[in-house]
Design a protein. Sequence first.
Length: 446
Amino acid sequence: MEPGLEKLRDEVFRRNPGESEFHQAVTEVFEALGPVVNRHPEYVESGILRRMCEPERQIIFRVPWVDDNGHVQINRGFRVEFNSALGPYKGGLRFHPSVYLGIIKFLGFEQIFKNALTGMPIGGGKGGSDFNPAGRTDAEIMRFCQSFMTELYRHIGEYTDVPAGDIGVGTREIGYLFGQYKRITNRFESGVLTGKGMSWGGSLVRPEATGYGAVMFADQMLRTRGASMDGQTVLVSGSGNVALNAIAKSQQLGATVLTASDSSGYVVDEDGIDLELLRQVKEVRRGRIAEYAEERGGRSRFVADGCVWDVPGTVAIPSATQNELDDKSALTLIDNGLVALAEGANMPCTQKATEHMIHAGVLFGPGKAANAGGVATSALEMQQNASRDTWSFEYTHDKLEQIMTDLHDRCLETADRYGTPGNYVVGANIAGFVKVADAMLAQGVI
Ligand code: NDP
């Protein structure tokens, strides 16, 4: 790392103690920015980078709610409004027991560069809660969401901050959040949240967009070597929104998807995952992944204590959570003949895992590029809301495809321009950074 950047990174660590995921995200960006800072030292000298690491606003609040047994429960809510140089803060809400400020800051920081890369006019933010939705009834989820929005509503708005879903937050939760926002403000302000249901301001393709986009990105990377997704054997982790749609798009493009997982283990299906059955188990019944193997009648096996990355495959789409793929798994995947990896999740690969794969010549699509299709389609949802319009599936899908192609090419061109051909990590970070930095410079000391 450049000495100027190293000094700044140490300062960020000191100012944000104990936030290991945020430290990791900052380190990844700083490692990649070396070539641009060498050429343009003014980015460090002007304090732009230091300002970028400090969120514009951090909101932490109490979320009291009553469970089905009449007991009062307390959770902690977060919204980190990181950067508004390019547009209103934009980024999802995560409901998971592991959530604390360091996770929200890592996700918000990543979001700044990802959103810039999409070419859409959106800033970066992220939020969520340490609320655990697992095992909660529908009524409990609703009461939690209503209480969460009772505080959040005063900080968001179509021109201010536009949240969406993430882990533990899907269309159901967005519905309860939107309903409460509408009730408090007495406004049908559809552009305040994205990921809405189709009949009340949602966009076609938004549910599919992140998983579809990640596979489109993998396909683009493979095409630089004269291959494509057709005929690949694909390893997917997770079985939520991103994973299910990554499986769907891989299959549409002629690949065989061998795996899926959740926090209880993974399934291997040598014939290829039966997506309809997996959707039944995970989306409709909200069941566990073992039920898929049971109902597949011997054609699939469930592995409770192992690692999904031990299964041989040519393409990997990690789509569960941060740091789910470590250096050991990376070496196993490389030994087993991995050709390409696109991060469907945010920061699923540890720094060492990423380095191993890049050194081994694996085509490596970092999350801030590969999973940007979700937020890009959220921005398309905002466009439809602003113009009171509804686009067809095909039209929106074509737009997503174009955005992913442009984004892929931008990463590649930028990597080339800065002397690291084929390195998508460098390309994505520099392209996103330069766009935000130049906007901040133009807007004065903000
Ligand atoms: P979902 O809640 O729909 O699904 C998450 C999946 O990952 C579930 O299968 C879950 O299993 C599994 N998972 C979560 N945490 C862990 C863990 N600690 N260990 C093992 N498995 C785990 O979330 P999404 O699909 O929306 O999000 C997945 C990833 O994609 C996240 O990193 C998110 O930030 C990223 N992302 C999502 C976008 C979107 O549009 N939704 C946009 C861009 C990125 P279980 O049910 O057992 O917890």
